[in-house]
Design a protein around this ligand. Structure first.
Ligand code: IPE
Ligand code: IPE
Ligand code: MG
Length: 221
């Protein structure tokens, strides 16, 4: 089972509580840690989460800096991930791509987390950071074209950032936004979307169960 979450609504969660938006991102990162634990208990094989998009860099500098720090913290949760037998990985614009924006200190945290959890055999947690589906597909198209023959769907699949990522079984989008995002458009083709009205920091175990049930109902039909 591959669950993919668009973690939306952190800002609204904070604004409703008369808190700065950064507090919403902090609460969102903490809830992600809880969602990871809940998914492990439910035998989810792959959990992929949208942490920061290629479009999000235009946000105020202070907010971006706060979100960067939270990703450093998230990729630093190695002891916890090892205890849960979770392998962490990352998806996004390759660091050597001229348009990539991930700063060095976050790159280091990502590399270290991947290395320090690589032997875990349970769930795979993939964090999308500086990620955009369109950029990924454009990149894949360029690489597939370089093969020098008519490009097939399989060629494109193999040229995605993480060719071993299985197809998505259900996409979750929180905070009442009923629309697709620039997230895993290739990998999630045909998957049902579970729209939750909860903001991401309030996304609960019951919501996970509802999303997994939607995925199972879709597989049966
Ligand atoms: C999602 O929450 C987190 C990121 C996009 C980084 P938002 O920050 O988009 O929260 P809203 O949508 O403004 O409430
Ligand atoms: C989606 O949230 C991206 C992430 C959760 C990282 P946004 O708030 O950036 O999405 P749009 O721009 O409203 O679609
Ligand atoms: Mg949003």
């Amino acid at each position: 089972m591959h669950l993919a979450c668009i973690m939306d609504g952190n800002g609204r969660w904070a604004t409703r509580r008369h808190l700065p938006r950064t507090a919403g991102h902090t609460a969102g990162e903490e809830n992600l840690a809880e969602v990871v634990r809940q998914c492990v208990r439910r035998d989810v094989d792959w959990l992929t989460v949208f942490g920061f998009s290629t479009e999000n860099w235009v946000r105020p500098r202070r907010e971006v800096r706060h979100i960067l720090g939270l990703h450093e913290k998230l990729f630093g949760r190695v002891a916890e991930l090892n205890e849960l037998n979770v392998r962490i990985t990352w998806i996004g614009r390759p660091f050597d791509d001229p348009s990539a924006r991930t700063p060095r200190y976050v790159q280091r945290a990502i590399h270290k987390a991947i290395a320090d959890t690589s032997s875990n055999t349970g769930m795979t947690l993939t964090v999308a950071f500086d990620y955009g589906s369109r950029a990924e597909i454009v990149d894949a198209a360029r690489r597939a074209k370089a093969l020098g023959r008519p490009v097939t769907a399989d060629d494109l699949s193999r040229a995605m950032y993480l060719p071993d990522m299985p197809p998505v079984d259900v996409v979750v989008r929180t905070s009442g936004e009923r629309r697709v995002s620039n997230f895993l458009l290739w990998q999630a083709a045909g998957a049902p979307i579970y729209f939750s009205d909860e903001t991401w920091p309030d996304f609960s175990a019951d919501d996970i169960d509802a999303a997994l049930n939607l995925a199972r109902a879709h597989q049966r039909s």
